[in-house]
Structures are given as structure tokens and as C-alpha cells.
Design a protein around this ligand. Sequence first.
Ligand SMILES: *Cc1c(COP(=O)(O)O)cnc(C)c1O
Ligand SMILES: [Zn+2]
Length: 394
Amino acid sequence: MKCLECGYESELSQRIITCPKCGGIMEIKVKIPSNFNFSMLRGRGVWRYRDAIPGNYNKTVSISEGGTPLVSSSFSSYLFYKFEGANPTGSFKDRGMTIAISSALSEGYKVVVAASTGNTAASAAAYAARGKMRIYLVLPSGKVALGKLAQSILYGATILEVNGSFDVAMSTVLRLYKELGVVYPLNSFNPWRLEGQKTIAYEIAEEIGVPDNVVVPVGNAGNVYAIWKGFVELMEAGVTSKIPKMIGVQAEGASPIARAIQKGESIPEFVDSPETVATAIRIGKPVNWKKAIKAIVESRGNALTVSDNEILEAQKKLARLEGLGAEPASAASLAGYQKAIEKGILGKDEKTVLILTGHALKDPDAMLKSDARRILVNPDHVDKIILGELDASS
Ligand SMILES: *Cc1c(COP(=O)(O)O)cnc(C)c1O
Ligand SMILES: [Zn+2]
């Protein structure tokens, strides 16, 4: 393990979450076995890749996360969607949570805590319930999408609502973790979570080989790094022979990383009051910014911003052309893909995977923003309306 801030190096330890010297973000270096071979693996989902996941797990908490569908596009044979909405709680967060909660239990923790814009909360609540652990969620009051809040309530978490943005909730959790050693933090500054999330790369590589590009919505910026890390490990082991370009997409009102990349700067300017309809990426001060910039730069990728309008249009397009229901943050990847093609950053004939990070059901208020044909009718007139329309269109 190595600190990205001060360079401190340590042996692998599930006790280590942030740097013991300076509190910085840690990287976990993984060398997968030289005889690693997809055809030898067993089972499905995250734990199928157990040989590539570091750590000792004398207890595992799994709800069959991962193994999500890779859906081919109906309008381009070069385009695929990794539908993470098919995870047990409806987002990719479950991939990291199975590893983090299993680590916490294996290390003897009984209490877990997480700040969240919603999906981490829903996932953490489910896995803590399954692991019989006590969980406290720190949420920005009034800023969590309805489906995610409802899930956290259903799974029985204790919810602590704070005034302010997600970034305030996150710094509260960081402080809690550093001051009270007894609580285990489930946010993505915890590098163990990313070890689960990297299996997105393993699944894509196993199913269709390594694509040219992977497009990822970026919030706290752990996932874009985790997916890149997975591809790097496979290549270093000689299982694959290239790494895809990592394309990060942020919402205009919350885009510190995309703007830094575009300006060629290595340190982002944080955003004080981030705003976007895509609540899962409404983050002004991404904890994993260093990891994300590393992944994007080293993969020779890029980053883009998209407007809320472009996000909602992309959400509708996914639903109405592809039959895929994705929450707004996830639709940002399609909006970003379209923009990247317009700008000549990506080619239409390059094999590209869009990560659809979460399910549309997470955010019913966003779905209701789509234009609807809802007509109040007298039941006796239904046939007349339909026949009238069929006539008019023939
Ligand atoms: C968490 C989340 C993201 C952002 O992922 P990061 O790792 O924080 O960049 C994007 N979309 C959805 C649906 C999420 O839940
Ligand atoms: Zn350090």
C-alpha cells in the first residue's frame, strides 16, 4: 500500500484505510497471479475474481453483487452499456460494499459509518443489515433522491441529516473516523471498496475483451480510477494487451476534475456549492481527485462536462431508444459520449462501453421530468382516442 500524498509505504493491511502518517489517500498495489486465467474462474459476480482481490476474509457478506448485463446498443454495433442498475440495491456501490463490509467484519468492527449522496447509503445499509452491523449514515438534508432515502430507511439504518452539501457530510465522516477509532468508514476514500468496484473492468474484459474507451460519470472519482486499475492489473499480468482510454464525465455545475483535465492542470479547483440534477455526482470536492486524474491521464483519456439538460435528454434517449432505465448521473455517460464524438475526442467506430452506474428507480422525481402523454379520459372514449390517432397517422 502506498500513500498518494506523502509516499509512505506499508505492507498490505485491512486495518489501513487512510495514510497512518499524513491521513492521505492510499493506493493498493495488486499483482494478480501469473496463472490468472478467465476460463479457470468459478461463480459469478464480484467474488468470481477473488484471486485478484487482496485481503483476508474470514467472513464474507455478499448479496450476489456484480455480474451485471453488458447490453449492446440498438443504434451502434460499437457501443455497449454496463448496466450497474442490476446490482442488488440498484447501483455499482454494491461491488465495493461487499468487500468493505466483509473487511470490516473480518477486522472485528461492529459499527460502520458513511456519508452519501444516496447510493452509498442504500448499499451500505443493505450490507450492514446482512452483516448484522450497526450503521450510521450522514446525509445532506433534503438533497438525497427519494428512492435512495427510502432504501436506507427500509434497510434500517440510522440516518443523521446535516445542513449543507455532501462535501460537509463527507468531512464529518473523515473526522469521525480519525477521532473515533471504533467506526469503520464506508466512503470511497476507503481503498478496499475500490477493490470490489474494479471488477467492472474484469467483467468487461472477460465478456468482450478490452474496449477502446470506457465512459464513466465522475463524482467522488473513485470509480473511474477503480475501473482503470482493474484493466491495468489484467494487462500487467499479461491476460490482456491494452488499457482503454478512461473518459470521465461531470455535470457542468460540479465539474472540478473535468475542468482541471481540460486546462491541463494537475490540481483541480474545488466547487463550493455544486449543483446538478444528477445528485449522485453533485460533488464539489471529490476525495479521490488525485486517483481520477492519474487514471485519466495515464490511460490517455479525457474528461468532459455536460449540462443538466443534456443529462435529462440522454436519460430519455436511453429509456426510449434502448429500453434502459438509468438515473441522471448514469445518463451523463451517454451525454458525454455524444459530446465526445461531436468534439472528435472519440470515434464512432471505436469500441466503447458506457457505465450506467445506477437504476432509474432511484430518482422518481427525475423520471417525472420527462415529457409525458397522460390524458384524462372517460373509459368509454378510449377506443375513439386510439382509433383517431391511428387514423391520423395512417
Ligand atoms: C456514486 C455514483 C457515481 C459517482 O461515482 P464516484 O466513484 O463517486 O465518482 C455515479 N453515478 C452513480 C449512480 C453513483 O451512485
Ligand atoms: Zn501519507
